[in-house]
Design a protein around this ligand. Structure first.
Ligand SMILES: NC(=O)c1ccc[n+]([C@@H]2O[C@H](COP(=O)([O-])OP(=O)(O)OC[C@H]3O[C@@H](n4cnc5c(N)ncnc54)[C@H](O)[C@@H]3O)[C@@H](O)[C@H]2O)c1
Length: 303
């Protein structure tokens, strides 16, 4: 049985990832600022504390680094940068020192730069947006994920294998009310309006992914056969957005002809397909999302 350290295990995503790993026979240790409710071994500490992180790594075979300030609304820029970059360095440094050969880093689609309206968000250059697309992050959270990926990659260059998962907004069960509130009145929505843990996200196209799918993606990334030195990245999303308009229509309304459509067939087959290219994750990671949350919006105007 393999022992896996999951940072951020007490968080909204962490509990789904822990459950997925336990179901598949892994021994799991959680590292977080507080112990979560999962019945696993817990190490409580801060990801920027090298001593606490170093102790948590002992005896582990693999690492899923999920702990972070999870969006620009959850911390000021200084805190985001400290936790998401220094914390990532500290975690990977300790993993390397403990002899862990394979790690998964929880990144975000925000690295592409198309997630939050605050700041200087730039239109994507083309759709579907793939790994060749430039990273156009402008807000502190998105930049922290770009830097986090770079830090993780530096440890791959030193001999680890690393996978970075660029997930879109996660539609946790707790977010259902926020998703519906936004869909009812997108112009007026200033979440969290109905008690959700944060605002309904996913950028202008209202991307989302179900937490069960994302947890499976983490397990697949953990199990991906890689050699030391390999560094791989994947965009992850449900197969449809939560937007009221088809994707190309919405992109044209927001950006005119600025977004080049490279593969119209994707949007002919599924008009609500996400901005992000899903074929790389399907082919290389064996991941295609099974769930989506559009059913929450049935009956609302445009859905
Ligand atoms: N929620 C989304 O829509 C979304 C989208 C893309 C990426 N992500 C990423 O997913 C991951 C999980 O986020 P989440 O949605 O579960 O949010 P969350 O806030 O529920 O979970 C983050 C966890 O990290 C822990 N943490 C934060 N700072 C820490 C520190 N200094 N030391 C130790 N632990 C610390 C928190 O206690 C929490 O349990 C994050 O890396 C986030 O950036 C989230």
């Amino acid at each position: 049985m393999k022992s896996i350290l999951v940072t951020g295990a007490a968080g909204l995503l962490g509990r789904f990832v822990v459950a997925e790993l336990l179901q598949h026979g892994y021994a799991v240790r959680g590292f977080d600022r507080r112990a979560g409710s999962s019945a696993i071994d817990w190490c409580v500490g801060d990801v920027t504390d090298p001593v606490a992180v170093g102790q948590a790594m002992q005896g582990m075979d693999g690492l899923l680094h999920i702990a972070a300030v999870p969006n620009i609304w959850s911390g000021d820029a200084q805190t985001i940068m400290r936790v998401n970059t220094l914390g990532t360095y500290t975690v990977f440094d300790a993993a390397e020192a403990a002899g862990i050969g394979h790690a998964v880093f929880c990144s975000s689609d925000s690295v592409a730069g198309y997630t939050v309206r605050e700041g200087r968000m730039l239109a994507p250059r083309y759709a579907p947006l793939d790994l060749e697309h430039p990273l156009l992050a402008t807000d502190p959270y998105a930049v922290s994920k770009v830097l986090g990926e770079d830090l993780a990659r530096s440890f791959a260059l030193r001999g680890m294998s690393v996978v970075a998962l660029r997930t879109v907004f996660v539609a946790y069960p707790e977010m259902a009310g926020e998703i519906v509130a936004r869909a009812k009145d997108p112009a007026a929505y200033r979440g969290p309006a109905v008690g959700g843990p944060s605002s309904a996200g996913g950028g202008p196209l209202h991307h989302h992914i179900d937490a069960r799918d994302l947890a499976r993606a983490f397990r697949l990334a953990l199990e991906l056969k890689l050699a030391g030195g390999d560094f791989e990245r994947f965009y992850l999303s449900a197969q449809v957005t939560l937007a009221p308009e088809p994707t190309l229509e919405r992109l044209r309304r927001l950006h005119g002809a600025a977004v080049q459509v490279r593969d119209p067939g994707v949007y002919e087959r599924q008009p609500f397909a996400p901005l992000y290219d899903l074929t790389h994750a399907a082919e290389r990671l064996g991941f295609l999302a099974e769930f989506d949350q559009r059913h929450l919006l049935a009956g609302l105007p445009g859905f």
